[in-house]
Design a protein. Structure first.
Length: 243
């Protein structure tokens, strides 16, 4: 099915997504999930359609050669593809890691150049953060990202014209296990496994060793629950293509 036909069907049938549970909440992973209406919005995305029990696993703040490689090795063992939202200054520092992410079939995406909160920054500085990261990724990999994730989720829809000018869509998330607080790898894995639902966009950080150590349990646990994995563009389609 063509992407345009898929999105028309999705909108016409008011397809359902699943409400992400709040981090730390104890839930039965096999209980019937709550549902909300899915609306196609290529400018700001927090989740995707759960058809086929699909979800998207994403990694922020890299690359970091040691921990990113740990994550890549586990993904490769299971033939799972992810989306990596890269910080531009780290791309410049570790271009070989960026090439490895690309060569193993994962999606590269923009996460700003220095990781500031963008919501209240002057527009000129916001544009610089996005542009510099975009340039760094393209220089290192030959790929021009089509997805942008604002650091901390700090971005207003009033700033949408900025990302549109760069032909970028904003990808937020629906599941945050707060791995950046480093609660321990088993806690990170438990939070992801109990809070995941079809349509989830999972936020993780490949710069933390605890997160990298949690990845095997996360992937195996999701596979045991019959989830399938998609990059952001596989999940929602290339945002640059017309509907």
């Amino acid at each position: 099915m063509k992407r345009s036909d898929f999105l028309k069907l999705l909108t016409a049938s008011t397809a359902s997504l699943f409400i992400p549970q709040l981090s730390g909440e104890e839930v039965d992973p096999f209980s019937p999930p709550k549902v909300i209406q899915y609306e196609t919005n290529r400018a700001f995305t927090t989740a995707g359609p759960g058809f086929g029990r699909r979800l998207s696993i994403t990694f922020d703040d890299g690359p970091n050669p040691s921990t990113t490689n740990m994550v890549l090795n586990e993904l490769k063992k299971r033939d799972i593809k992810a989306t990596f939202f890269l910080i531009g200054k780290n791309v410049d520092a570790f271009p070989d890691s960026v090439k490895k992410i690309r060569d193993e079939g994962h999606e590269l995406a923009n996460h700003s150049y220095t990781h500031p909160a963008l919501k209240n920054m002057p527009e000129e500085k916001v544009r610089s953060e996005i542009a510099r990261c975009q340039e760094s990724i393209e220089k290192a990999s030959g790929i021009k990202p089509v997805w942008f994730r604002p650091p901390y989720g700090s971005f207003s829809q009033k700033q949408q014209h900025i990302t549109s000018d760069f032909q970028l869509s904003v990808a937020l998330w629906s599941l945050d296990p707060f791995d950046w607080k480093r609660p321990g790898s088993s806690v990170v894995a438990q939070r992801v496994l109990t809070q995941s639902n079809p349509g989830s966009v999972i936020l993780l950080h490949d710069i933390h060793k605890q997160t990298a150590e949690a990845v095997p349990a996360i992937l195996d646990g999701l596979l045991e629950r019959d989830y399938t994995f998609a990059t952001m563009s596989e999940f929602l389609g290339d945002p640059l293509l017309p509907l």
